[in-house]
Design a protein around this ligand. Structure first.
Ligand code: ATP
Ligand code: MG
Length: 427
């Protein structure tokens, strides 16, 4: 029978990499905790309409990337392609917003039917921040700073922050009219994707990756020219806030989020070390989304960070930040009584907080001890029938040159516990 494979674009994370993932996740958790941001967990599966309304029919994500199917009750369901819509739905559904502003983060797998390549998968992982109920430009700066500091703390190199403003909904409407007229006048020179977007999602044309279109767009009207004085002022305060924190940024007038309920600040953090899939983190203000999903008008800003790209960056870095997990004790045993005593010993040691590997191979002691050496454990406990009879184990120091000791379980826990990895030589 042929063996089964994972689906295309769905990736297994093997033990050799999960240590790095856990390090990234733990660092993110720490940063959120320090910034008084609480975790929210929402289902992976939602009604399709949530994303149609919460991301927008005209986007690539909704238009062609979603995993959508009918469940057994004939209801259209979709595997979440991103986290924001679900978080906002949950906040509305559970009345969180009536309790005051919410500082929330989420993490986990997202699903998009895209062409898989390095840094682009069909199941991928994000962590994201959503600040709901915050209107002040300082919240834009804080949101960006949380992402920036997290990436810097992880040691990600070659980072660049690009920011733009999309203005108020009124600015956008005015600009949209001007842009559509200009795009119509240049329709023949646009690539087919951009032509299709002229009316459906004209701002997204600005984001086109087609070089000829990019060159042509240099002559297009810019959103900056359509901004009201108030919007200019708001954006200036965001920039001043970033400057005050010493966070370097570049203005990128092409950076857009194509939906009506996005407004004002939009930003991306890229790394020069990522090649084509350069964006690690993307975010912005979405003051219209809560209302779009049936809540009362609530200003909000958030971002999402792609973990695959982040881990890719960290594993390219010369210095691996993650040490392999330290094993305290390797238990070797032989003979009927010795083997019978080994698991209870391991279990007592584990209950005392030690990391213990048990060798249940029944191989000769010599072989078990070679495996103990390779395991990286600090100590080995050896139990033969004689030791089992006396209620002791022979404790060997695998890393230092301390003499062997015959110890009962309490003594053994005390010695090994006192000499946990890195805490000095064995007595
Ligand atoms: P891109 O232009 O690269 O497709 P996007 O605008 O679709 O990105 P967002 O929806 O803003 O991406 O998601 C935020 C982040 O999630 C991205 O910056 C990226 O790091 C990550 N991401 C998005 N799609 C994928 C994917 N298919 N595989 C891996 N990571 C992804
Ligand atoms: Mg995409």
């Amino acid at each position: 029978m042929s063996s089964l494979q994972s689906l295309r674009g769905m990736v297994d994370l093997l033990p050799e990499v999960t240590g790095l993932w856990q390090h990234v996740e733990a660092t993110a958790r720490l940063h959120f905790q320090r910034a008084a941001v609480q975790e929210i967990r929402t289902p992976l599966l939602e009604v399709t309409e949530l994303f149609a309304r919460g991301i927008g029919e005209a986007t690539d994500v909704v238009g062609k990337e979603m995993y959508t199917f009918l469940d057994r009750g004939e209801r259209s369901c979709t595997l979440r392609p991103e986290g924001t819509a679900s978080v906002v739905r949950a906040a509305i559904q559970h009345g969180l917003l009536s309790q005051g502003p919410q500082r929330l983060w989420y993490g986990g797998p997202m699903f998009r039917y895209e062409r898989p390549q390095a840094g682009r998968q069909r199941q991928f992982h994000q962590i994201g921040l959503e600040l709901l109920g915050f209107a002040d430009p300082r919240s834009d700066v804080e949101a960006i700073a949380i992402a920036w500091d997290l990436l810097a703390d992880l040691g990600v190199g070659g980072l660049a922050l690009e920011i733009n403003t999309l203005g108020s909904p009124d600015d956008r409407l005015r600009y949209r009219g001007e842009l559509v007229a200009w795009l119509e006048a240049h329709r023949e020179q646009l690539d087919p994707d951009s032509q299709a977007r002229i009316h459906a999602n004209p701002l997204r044309v600005l984001d086109s990756k087609v070089p000829a279109t990019q060159a042509l767009l240099a002559g297009a009207p810019t959103l900056a020219d359509a901004l009201s004085g108030e919007s200019h002022e708001r954006f200036a305060r965001v920039r001043l806030g970033l400057e005050a924190l010493g966070i370097p940024f570049e203005l990128n007038p092409r950076l857009v989020r194509g939906l009506d309920y996005y407004s004002h600040t939009a930003f991306e953090i890229t790394s020069s070390q990522l090649g084509a899939q350069a964006t690690v983190c993307g975010g912005g203000r979405y003051d219209g989304l809560v209302q779009q999903l049936g809540g009362s008008p609530t200003p909000a800003i958030g971002w999402a960070l792609g973990l695959e790209r982040l881990v890719l960056l960290l594993s390219q870095a010369e210095q691996q930040p993650v040490a392999p997990p330290a094993l305290d004790l390797y238990v070797a045993s032989r003979g009927e009584a010795g083997e019978a005593a080994a698991l209870p010993l391991a279990r007592r040691c584990r209950a005392a907080g030690l990391a213990v590997e048990l060798d249940a191979s029944g191989a000769a002691f010599g072989k078990q001890l070679r495996r103990a050496d390779r395991s990286g454990a600090r100590f080995a406990a050896v139990i033969g029938d004689m030791e089992a009879g006396e209620g002791v184990a022979l404790l060997k120091d695998l890393r230092g040159d301390a003499a062997e000791q015959r110890l009962g379980v309490d003594g053994l826990i005390a010695v090994v516990g006192a000499r946990r990895a890195g805490e000095g030589p064995a007595a």
